[in-house]
Design a protein around this ligand. Structure first.
Ligand code: ATP
Ligand code: MG
Length: 423
């Protein structure tokens, strides 16, 4: 065993028993995205490192310590994407999609961060992300939040708490940052190591600390809401009104900041208490300055990303997953000499029932072992062809869920018999 190759720590295989749940989750979420008129965009997984340095910000956790960066054979520095927004902005600028606004986009796929693997934190994880360009008002912030609420409903998820905050404009934030910096500097000896290093890099991020020993100090810190500019305040109040009109409970959390530098004004998170320490399943906000920062015209942006591993874990914790679909039919000959006939029969059935899953027996064996495999497949029906059936142009259909139901019928009656026994 010891010399077997292993997947990289923090990067998981998703095995057949789980891919069904993944696809179901993706389908449910994409269904809601389509219902709101969002279009898919697919970006490469690897980008020039500068795409992330320029956008995410050099003082952030991601850029400082989490990126998988490497020099390729030409000596160019490349990075496995740690998030989707930067590459999406790069793509919409490169392909001039911002000539037509607003743009409502979504993407899906793996992200890579060199974090300490633990529950809710992998080094390769998966997100579905959404970005909207060229919509300035609070109505689009609200649309994103309402759309996520609808996703939880579609997924059957309950008890998610919505926290919202406004970070104000870049200027207001710089001002607050200075105030906050003074406050934490005055309490420097009470800061944990992480927060001490954030003090010079990005004091706002201290507010995001998950260390309970920091909670009291953070609770007493000056509040960003006291330093908001008027326009941001109005934008935020309007958002809160739309949410309340729509029956969405939002908790204003003045300590909510996001890990990435590019956010301004609205930020939000959906949080559960059912997954332990890493309870944020979806996080997002407005990034009005990012497009310009990355070389475009000043076009506003707002978006969110949700962690699919965490949503899947929550779905199974809340017991809302449907049973994986089982095949309708397991097809077997009683001996391999009849395989040629059964293969043709299988193709006829697949033509007739394109939505069914029909599994053909493979690998020989006695009739008993063939029937055992049929049972194990979870199929509802076994379709059996032996010498007699072959000679009489017939087939035997056996219910695998109900022992007594077994019928031998002519091939012309087969479709009707299958449909009847499946009911
Ligand atoms: P945190 O404060 O937890 O590190 P973050 O600010 O790094 O969060 P985002 O970049 O906003 O998180 O990512 C959005 C979502 O993606 C998270 O809410 C989470 O659901 C998921 N996510 C982020 N990092 C990981 C990871 N390492 N493993 C699994 N899921 C993750
Ligand atoms: Mg992080």
């Amino acid at each position: 065993m010891s010399n077997l190759l292993q997947a990289i720590r923090g990067m998981s295989d998703i095995l057949p028993a789980d891919t069904v749940r993944w696809r179901q989750l993706e389908k449910d979420i994409i269904g809601v995205l389509s219902a709101y008129g969002y279009d898919e965009i697919r970006m490469p997984i690897v980008e020039a490192s500068s795409v992330f340095h320029r956008s995410i910000g050099d003082t952030t956790d991601i850029v400082q310590k989490e990126m998988y960066s490497f020099d390729d054979r030409n000596g160019d520095s490349l990075t496995l994407r740690p998030e989707g927004t930067a590459g999406c902005v790069r793509a919409v600028l490169q392909h001039r999609l911002l000539h037509q606004l607003p743009q409502r986009l979504w993407y899906m796929g793996p992200m890579f961060r060199h974090e300490r693997p633990q529950r809710g934190r992998q080094r390769q994880f998966h997100q579905i992300g959404v970005e909207v360009f060229g919509a300035e008002g609070p109505d689009i912030d609200a649309e994103l939040i309402l759309m996520t609420a609808r996703m939880w409903q579609a997924l059957g998820l309950r008890n998610l708490r919505l926290e919202v905050n406004s970070l104000g404009t870049a200027a207001a934030r710089a001002n607050y940052r200075a105030v906050l910096s003074d406050y934490f500097r005055a309490h420097e000896e009470d800061l944990d190591a992480d927060s001490q290093s954030r003090l010079t890099r990005n004091p706002l991020r201290i507010l995001d600390s998950k260390n309970p020993e920091m909670a009291a100090l953070i609770a007493a810190a000056p509040s960003l809401s006291d330093h908001l500019d008027t326009e941001s305040r109005e934008h935020f109040d309007a958002l809160l009104e739309i949410l309340s009109d729509s029956g969405i409970d939002a908790v204003v959390n003045p300590r909510l900041v996001r890990g990435l530098d590019y956010y301004s004004r609205t930020v939000f998170e959906w949080i559960t208490t059912e997954l332990g320490a890493q309870g944020t399943v979806c996080a997002g906000g407005r990034y009005d300055g990012l497009v310009e920062l990355m070389g475009g015209k000043p076009v506003t942006g707002v978006g969110f990303a949700m962690g699919l591993e965490r949503l899947l874990e929550l779905r199974s914790a809340q017991g809302v997953e449907a049973a994986p679909p089982a095949p309708e039919c397991y097809l077997l000959a009683t001996s391999d000499s009849l395989n040629r006939h059964v293969i043709v029969l299988g193709e006829t059935l697949r033509q007739q029932f394109p939505d069914w899953s029909i599994v053909s027996h493979i690998g020989g064996g006695s009739l008993k072992s063939r029937l055992k495999k049929a049972d194990r497949s979870g199929a509802a029906l076994a379709l059996i062809v032996g010498e007699d059936e072959y000679a009489n142009q017939s087939a035997t259909v056996k219910s695998l869920r109900n022992d007594t139901a077994q019928v031998t019928c002519s091939l012309t009656e087969l479709n009707a018999t299958l449909e009847r026994l499946l009911d």
